[in-house]
Structures are given as structure tokens and as C-alpha cells.
Design a protein around this ligand. Structure first.
Ligand code: C2E
Ligand code: MG
Ligand code: MG
Length: 764
């Protein structure tokens, strides 16, 4: 092809010139011709003249194929049809480039782990960090999308949002991997961000009222709203954010980079014709028809054959596009299961059928336990594979005529018709639970999860379709509360609990600003010397109506809503304030333990900022011990490992809380340099000489000592328990026998009293 283009510049004999002229004229009819004069590309494509250097020209002549990696699920920028063909705005840009420079483009599937040796260009790069260092982003982006604020208009009871400033203290969903998440967090720290992996998840959070708004890319979201018929979502305001999409070129191909830059500049950023084709407004397909008509009439002049061919392809493309739009609108791209939209349709059909033949419909709401943890610690690629495999396992457990759908994130739904009694639903639930409990082999490693299932039955529980799903969600939540890895049928009392929870969740959001939290302290005593130089900080919530609430009732809620990060920070800063008083008045060797949730390690910046706070207060790191649970260390991400190492280097000590309730292995703790193991109080409770728990305690203590760790036993309530632990040479003890958690004032009074008594033993 390229050779053909330069034919007019080659020295050719007059004899052959006539033929060549004819050939050139003919080729003008079938391809856009590029004529070179003085390094200038004059294209008869609509993009005008382009200056190329001799080097660039030479490069073009030497390369006829461009291998481009494009993403497959980024509608409408880059996505894949069922027929495996790539489509989207980027693809249109690539086609425009091909029409200018006349090279052949081979489209390949982009993935983070792709083999880049056979890729020249990555087409849609967003943000600063390019995952593949051997590529360089072109300086000029070819797309720029603005972000807007979306709300659930059904829930947005008159709260007016006219700009991003109105989102202060509101819960807002953003894309976790998107370009603006970090910017928003930095510029608007008082917006409470909830990070989502996929747009569907954000819409789900909006639908359930778990976020107040969603800030996202207009082009993408508007597309989803129309395609998925998300009638409840409304765009209310623009945001100051926008994102650029650029192409990236292999670093060792500078000529290609400059050729593409020139071509893209000629086509223009946000080319209205290309974008127009993908913008969906009132009618879903009308925008496709205009360019089709314009182009078709233009080509009428060129020749009938061409029109027929073109009409054929356009028809084919438009059929394909309609198919894709339908498929994308109804199926989840990761698992290819029906999505929420198709689930609604299927449920409606199932209900209509049940009404007609007086039967019932069963709903199973399945939520994977610990999935978020695997996803956060092992990474999205593992997370995605696990979801896919889980989807397959669930599908295998149900009958072929039941519907299994992906509801969003790690949630699935099964609709079952034609069942004789509840036992069938029970049996299916048990089967699903047992399948999901089996290990997942992913990327050479084993991952373990389980699931919680909530069940509702139409029309027994309710005849309202929306309520049916919401009740199933509540039943699932109950299953989680009862310890996970189980199923639970909906009961009317759960409705009440769910309302309570929602109210508590709303109250929790204001608890920090309204100063309703307080920090209690419980002493940790040295078993041998009976000296107290440690305490655990335990949070309490002084609720204006409900009174003092224990953390068991709100920490999980705080973790779910993301509030835990803020609460965790508050706890640390309060403890830092209090320890200075303890140091000044009681002992400069005192150490406070704070509980840190695994969720706080997801964005470790806040944790790492604790070092600065300590420096500022001139308190050494070893005056703080961070209590974590084993789960965090089981499959830790590099970020978790680095954060722990960083904090440890600073002097923070670490302890493993509730040891014995989870995985309960000691040896692997060694590599994290953990100082303390806290034996869970469930062991202490039944401690009697030589019983099962005593044998376990003794074994843990002796193992820990061998590995260089100290042991703290929790929940010591009796002298007898203390005696046994002392015999086992347990290092530290904590429990009601010594003192209950109390306010700082009472705790200080206790410390002095304890000191006084131990200095004058006869006072005891
Ligand atoms: P934990 O870290 O295992 O804390 C020990 C819990 O056992 C505390 O419950 C304490 O009051 C209770 N306890 C202590 N001695 C005894 C005893 O002799 N007998 C009995 N029956 N219980 C005893 P609390 O304060 O209700 O805290 C419950 C859990 O909430 C904590 O368990 C911890 O996991 C979490 N938590 C508390 N404060 C925070 C916090 O600031 N941040 C985070 N992320 N979690 C916290
Ligand atoms: Mg603790
Ligand atoms: Mg504990």
C-alpha cells in the first residue's frame, strides 16, 4: 500500500506513465490518496496537510502495520463486540489515523499483564501512571472528558447540589482507578469518598442511598444512564475535574510517536464527528444515522460499487452496534451473567408467571465474604478472576432455567421459579455455600472465601418487586451478622433492624464533628511484676439518644461506609494527646495500643502521617503499639507489607489481636517482626488447669516465646485464670480482673491507686 502511494514520486518512464495515471485515478476512487510534495502530506482525507520529516517518511515506508492494544470493556471509549471486534471512540481515531497514513492497524486486547513485545501503541491511557514503562505517553491527549456530579433523584430530598462545594461532608462515589480520585481527595478532603471498581457499583450505591452523589466521566456515565435505563440517576452539576485520554507509543519508536502526534493533531482533540457518533442523547440510535447518511451521499459521486460496499458495512456495523448495545445493557462484561437490568426483567417475568399459576418465586442474594480483602490485598486482577470463577460455581449449582445474575461488586442473585417448598431453596443455598468454600486457584496461589446468602420468597414475604430485593439484602446482612458462610431467610423483624442500621449509619457520620466519641483505656499488666506500663485504647460512642455504644455495634458500620479512616485517625490523635499527660504525670515509659482496622491500610497515607504527628509532639514511636488482626497478614499486598515495615522502622510496635480465632499460625508472623500476640478472650473464658484451652494457651505462649514474641492474654476475669497464665509464663494480661476500660480521668486515678497499692502491699 505504502509503495503505491509514492508511485508519483518515483522516476518512471513516459511509456508507463499513462498506465500509472490510470491506476492512480482508480486508486483515488477506492482509497484516500496521500501525495508527497516537499515533505508535506496532502491527504484527500478531510484532515488536511501534514508536514513529515524525512525520518518520519522513511519510517512510514518501512512499517506498514501498527499493532495497537485497546481495552475491551470501556464503553464507549474502547470495547469489544460479541464478534470479538474492537469498537469505540479510540478505534475510530485509529481508523482516522490509518486513513491519513494508510497503514494497517491490528487491534490487540489490552491487559496489564500483556506481552508488550508485540505492541507498538496503547490507545487509551488515562492519568499519569502508565503501567508499562516501556511506553511513553504522547504529550497531546486526543480526548478530554469533563466530570459531572450525579445524584439519585428519588432520594435526594430537596438537597440542592449546584457545585462540588455542596458535596462537603457528603458521601461520594468515585472510580478507584480513575484519574481524579486522588485529586478530589487532596483538594476536597472533607468529601467522604467511596471508591468503586465499576460504574455499576456506583449506581448501586446511589440506588441504595449509601452515597449522596457520584462524580464521574460524563461521556461514560451518560452512556450508561441511557443504555441501562437508569431513570433514578440525574446529572445535577458540572465539576471542576476533567480527564485526558492519550495514546502511548513504544519508547524506542520516536518517529512513530511524532507521526501519530501530528495525525492526532490534524484530526483534532474531541473531534466532534467522532464523538457525535457515540454520544447518546434522546434517541439511542439516531446519532448513528446522520453520519451514515452524510457519508453515503458523499460517496454517491465516487461510484455505485463503493456505495453498495459501504452500505453493506454500515448496515453490518449498525446491526453489530445494536447487538452490542443490547448485550452490554443486559450482561455483565466480566462474568457475562445477566446484570441488574436483565435481572429486573427476569424477576418481573417470573412474578407474572407465578401470579398466573399461583406459584412462588425464590430469590437468593449471595454476597462473598472477605472478597474485598482479597481484592484489596492481592489486587484487581486476582479479584476479577475470583469473581469470574465464583460466578461459574454459582451457575453450576442452579438449574438451567433459573437466572443467575451479577448484582454488582461481589454480589450475585439467583431467581428460582417452580419449586415445591423452601427445602429446595435451602438445598441450593447449601450447595452454593459449599462450592464457594472450596479453594480458588488463581495465578498460582490459593485463595479462600465464603459467602453469605439472604433468601426471600414471592409473594410470602412481599408482593413488591423492589422490596423483595431489599428484603433479600437484609436477610443476607443478617447471615453476615450471624457469622458469615451461612444462609438466612428473611423475617419481618429484620426490616426494623435495617431501618435502625440506616439511622445509626447517618448518626455515625456526624459523630466526629459533634464530638460524640471518647476514648477509654484498659490497663495491660505485666503478669510477673504486676507493673502497669501499657494500656489499650478502646473507643466509645456517646450517642445523644442511645447513650454509650460499644465498638462492636459501630466499627463494622464504620468500615463499611469508609468512616473508619477518619475514626481511626481521631483515635490515634486522641491517644497521642492523652499519652503526653500519662507520660507527664505517671510514667515516661508508658505505651498505648490502638486498634487499627485492615481498611485503614488500604490508603496508607493517613497511617504514615502518624509519624509526623509523633515527631511534632516529640513522642517516640515505641510508645505506640498497633493492634492488627491476622487477616491483614495472610495475603498481604506489597502496600501493606511496606506500610508495616515503614511504621516499624519508625519505632511503632505491632501486636496481633484476637489470636486464635482465625488462621492461628505463628511462624509466618516472624517475618513481619511482630512484638506481641494477644490471645483471644474466648480461650481465657474457659481456662481451667489441663483443659483443652489451657493446653492451647500454653502451646501458644511457648511457641511465641521461641519465636521471640511476647504474649498478652485478653479477658482475664478471675484470679484462677491469672494463676494459670502466670504458671505458663504469660508476659502480660488484660481483663476485668485488673480493670474495666474507663475514661482517661478514671484510668489515671486507677494507675495511681494501683501504684500506691503495689508500693505498699499491705494495703491490699
Ligand atoms: P479488642 O481489641 O479485642 O478489645 C478487647 C475487648 O474486650 C474490649 O471490648 C474490652 O472492653 C473487652 N474486654 C476486656 N477485658 C475483658 C474481660 O475481662 N471480659 C470481657 N468479657 N471483655 C473484656 P470493646 O471495648 O467493646 O471493644 C470491642 C472491639 O472493638 C475491640 O476488641 C476492637 O476490636 C474493636 N475496637 C475498639 N476500639 C477500637 C478502635 O479504636 N478502632 C478499631 N478499629 N476497633 C476498635
Ligand atoms: Mg484490641
Ligand atoms: Mg482482642
Amino acid at each position: 500500500m505504502i509503495q503505491q502511494r509514492y508511485i508519483s514520486q518515483l522516476g518512471v518512464s513516459a511509456k508507463r506513465f499513462k498506465w500509472l495515471l490510470l491506476l492512480a485515478l482508480f486508486s483515488a476512487l477506492i482509497t484516500p490518496v496521500v501525495i508527497k510534495s516537499e515533505d508535506t502530506f496532502k491527504t484527500n482525507s478531510k484532515y488536511g496537510e501534514i508536514q513529515l520529516t524525512p525520518h518520519e517518511l522513511a519510517w512510514l515506508q518501512a512499517h506498514q502495520e501498527l499493532r495497537v492494544a485497546v481495552k475491551h470493556g470501556w464503553m464507549p471509549i474502547e470495547f469489544k463486540l460479541e464478534s470479538d471486534q474492537h469498537r469505540g471512540i479510540s478505534v475510530d481515531y485509529l481508523e482516522a489515523l490509518a486513513s491519513i497514513f494508510n497503514f494497517r492497524i491490528t487491534l490487540l486486547d489490552y491487559s496489564e499483564s500483556m506481552n508488550t513485545s508485540s505492541v507498538d501503541v496503547i490507545s487509551g491511557v488515562v492519568g499519569k501512571n502508565l503501567k508499562h514503562p516501556e511506553f511513553k505517553k504522547l504529550t497531546d491527549p486526543f480526548l478530554n472528558f469533563s466530570f459531572a456530579i450525579y445524584v439519585n433523584k428519588k432520594l435526594n430530598n430537596g438537597v440542592e447540589i449546584t457545585s462540588i462545594d455542596d458535596l462537603a461532608n457528603k458521601r461520594v462515589a468515585v472510580f478507584k482507578n480513575g484519574s481524579i480520585a486522588k485529586e478530589i481527595a487532596e483538594i476536597y478532603p472533607n468529601i467522604k469518598l467511596l471508591y468503586v471498581d465499576i460504574a455499576d457499583e456506583a449506581f448501586e450505591e446511589l440506588r441504595l442511598g449509601r452515597v449522596d452523589a457520584y462524580v464521574g466521566n460524563q461521556m461514560i456515565i451518560d452512556y450508561h444512564i441511557v443504555v441501562h435505563r437508569l431513570n433514578f440517576v440525574e446529572k445535577v452539576a458540572a465539576s471542576p475535574f476533567s480527564t485526558d485520554v492519550s495514546m502511548a507509543v513504544k519508547e524506542d519508536m520516536p518517529e512513530l510517536a511524532s507521526i501519530l502526534s501530528k495525525g492526532l493533531r490534524a484530526i483534532g482533540k474531541n473531534n466532534p464527528e467522532i464523538l457525535g457518533k457515540w454520544e447518546i442523547r434522546d434517541s439511542r440510535y439516531s446519532r448513528w444515522l446522520m453520519p451514515i447518511l452524510i457519508v453515503a451521499s458523499l460517496f454517491l459521486v465516487i461510484g455505485l460499487v463503493r456505495i453498495l460496499r459501504l452500505k453493506q458495512t454500515l448496515k453490518q456495523q449498525s446491526v453489530e452496534a445494536k447487538n452490542t448495545i443490547w448485550h452490554q445493557a443486559n450482561y455483565d462484561f466480566l462474568t457475562d451473567l445477566p446484570n441488574r437490568h436483565l435481572l429486573d426483567t427476569r424477576l418481573r417475568q417470573a412474578i407474572e408467571k407465578a401470579d398466573a399459576d399461583l406459584s412462588s418465586v425464590g430469590i437468593l442474594f449471595i454476597d462473598l465474604d472477605n472478597f474485598k480483602q482479597v481484592n484489596d490485598t492481592a489486587g484487581h486482577s486476582v479479584g476479577d478472576k475470583l469473581i469470574k470463577e465464583a460466578a461459574d460455581r454459582i451457575t453450576r449449582c442452579v438449574r438451567s432455567y433459573d437466572t443467575t445474575a451479577r448484582f454488582g461488586g461481589d454480589e450475585f442473585m439467583v431467581i428460582m421459579s417452580d419449586f415445591d417448598n423452601e427445602r429446595v431453596l435451602e438445598k441450593t443455598s447449601k450447595k452454593i455455600l459449599s462450592e464457594l468454600q472450596k479453594p480458588f486457584h488463581i495465578e498460582g496461589e490459593l485463595f479462600y472465601i465464603s459467602a453469605s446468602i439472604g433468601l426471600t420468597i414471592y409473594p410470602n414475604d412481599t408482593s413488591d418487586q423492589e422490596a423483595l430485593l431489599s428484603y433479600a439484602d437484609q436477610a443476607m446482612y443478617e447471615a453476615k451478622k450471624l457469622g458469615r458462610n451461612r444462609f438466612q431467610f428473611f423475617k419481618a423483624s429484620m426490616q426494623h433492624d435495617a431501618t435502625e442500621r440506616l439511622m445509626l449509619m447517618n448518626d455515625l457520620r456526624e459523630a466526629i464533628t459533634k464530638q460524640q466519641f471518647t476514648l477509654y483505656y484498659q490497663p495491660i499488666i505485666s503478669v510477673g511484676s504486676q507493673i502497669i506500663l501499657k494500656a489499650e485504647a478502646l473507643i466509645r460512642w456517646n450517642h445523644p439518644v442511645k447513650g454509650m455504644i460499644n465498638p462492636a455495634e459501630f466499627i463494622a458500620l464504620a468500615e463499611e461506609t469508609g468512616l473508619i479512616e477518619e475514626i481511626g485517625d481521631w483515635v490515634f490523635h486522641q491517644a497521642l494527646h492523652d499519652i503526653q499527660e500519662i507520660h507527664a504525670q505517671y510514667s515516661a515509659d508508658f505505651q498505648i495500643s490502638v486498634n487499627v482496622s485492615p481498611k485503614q491500610f488500604v490508603k496508607p497515607e493517613r497511617l504514615l502521617a502518624w509519624k509526623k504527628a509523633l515527631e511534632k509532639a516529640a513522642v517516640a514511636g515505641h510508645h505506640f503499639c498497633i493492634e492488627i488482626t491476622e487477616g491483614l497478614l495472610l495475603q498481604p499486598s506489597l502496600a501493606v507489607v511496606n506500610t508495616i515495615a515503614d511504621l516499624r522502622d519508625f519505632g511503632f510496635q505491632f501486636s496481633i489481636d484476637d489470636f486464635g480465632t482465625g488462621y492461628s499460625a505463628l511462624a509466618y508472623l516472624n517475618k513481619f517482626d511482630i512484638e506481641y500476640v494477644k490471645i483471644d478472650q474466648s480461650f481465657t473464658r474457659n481456662l481451667q488447669p489441663n483443659n483443652h484451652d489451657a493446653i492451647l494457651c500454653e502451646a501458644i505462649i511457648s511457641m511465641a516465646h521461641k519465636l521471640g514474641m511476647k504474649v498478652i492474654t485478653e479477658g482475664i476475669e478471675t484470679e484462677a485464670q491469672m494463676k494459670i497464665l502466670s504458671d505458663f509464663e504469660c508476659d502480660y494480661g488484660q481483663g476485668y480482673l485488673i480493670a474495666k476500660p474507663t475514661s482517661l480521668v478514671d484510668f489515671m486515678a486507677f494507675l495511681f491507686e494501683h501504684q500506691r497499692k503495689s508500693q505498699n502491699p499491705h494495703l491490699n
